[in-house]
Write a protein that binds this ligand. Structure first.
Ligand code: IPE
Ligand code: IPE
Ligand code: MG
Length: 244
């Protein structure tokens, strides 16, 4: 696959790209439409981006769909988003499976309704054998919440004699996070012009490259994505070291 001279795969490109899909509300407001109209338009952008990944050599794509802080929005918007997630999974499941996409979800499921979590489990199961590209969707995800849940789990394992506190290191915490099976993101993209992280993959992105772009998420495209992936390849990542 990667040896094909005709492949547009980017040499030195990111293996894992994470996206903070922001700007749906403003996109809708600019059109005089309700915020949910923007969320629906935004959801439709995801598949095209996922499908571009294999050609670009991106093995993992992680998207931020709903944060632990997004519950502060109006009941109408929250309910509309939850219903959008249910509909999205139902509608896209077959296409994602047939495209070879392995879907995973991260975030705390406890606060999500049963109907939604059942659909999430089902989609994870039905794509579990896929390996062409890994799509991770963050729903009710917050980095601090994830770390707190991981520490709670570690504390329980210590109490149960399953974990030796003296052996705890960075790798131990990494294995207790929701993202345990994912490599760290190499590139984090945020749309809509906001230059902040909003509690997304804080631990995992310690050495990620960041791209903050003005495009609102519903206007994001495969071309913009490919441009950012190519731009990444030109960056010099030093990880604290100095080149010989
Ligand atoms: C991102 O778009 C989607 C979610 C947070 C669910 P926003 O809804 O935050 O859109 P803006 O930032 O208000 O434009
Ligand atoms: C971050 O966007 C969360 C998602 C994209 C799901 P927000 O729009 O919620 O972030 P803030 O409030 O502007 O920081
Ligand atoms: Mg926003």
């Amino acid at each position: 696959m990667s040896g094909d001279a005709l492949s547009p795969e980017v040499a030195g490109g990111p293996r894992h790209v994470a996206i903070i899909m922001d700007g749906n509300g403003r996109w809708a407001q600019m059109r005089g439409r309700p915020r949910l109209f923007g969320h629906h338009a935004g959801a439709r952008r995801v598949r095209e981006i996922v499908e571009t990944c294999p050609d670009l050599g991106v093995e993992y794509l992680t998207v931020f769909a709903f944060s632990t802080e997004n519950w502060k929005r109006t009941q109408t918007e929250v309910a509309g988003l939850m219903s959008l997630f249910r509909r999205y999974i139902t509608r896209e499941a077959r296409a994602l499976r047939d495209e070879g996409v392995r879907v995973r979800f991260i975030g705390d499921r406890v606060r999500l309704d049963r109907k939604l979590t059942a659909l999430m489990d089902e989609l994870e199961e039905m794509t579990a054998e896929n390996s062409r590209v890994n799509l991770t969707i963050a729903i009710n995800y917050g980095s601090r919440d994830e770390v707190a849940r991981a520490i709670k789990h570690m504390a329980r394992d210590v109490a149960a004699g399953k974990l030796d506190p003296e052996g705890v290191d960075e790798g131990t915490l990494t294995r207790y996070l929701d993202t345990r099976v994912l490599p760290d993101p190499d590139l984090v993209i945020r749309t809509s012009g906001e230059a902040r992280i909003s509690n997304f993959l804080l631990w995992q992105s310690a050495y990620a490259e960041y791209e903050f772009i003005d495009t609102l998420w519903p206007d994001f495209s495969a071309e913009i994505f490919a441009g950012l992936v190519r731009g990444y390849a030109a960056r010099d990542r030093r990880f604290g070291a100095v080149k010989a």
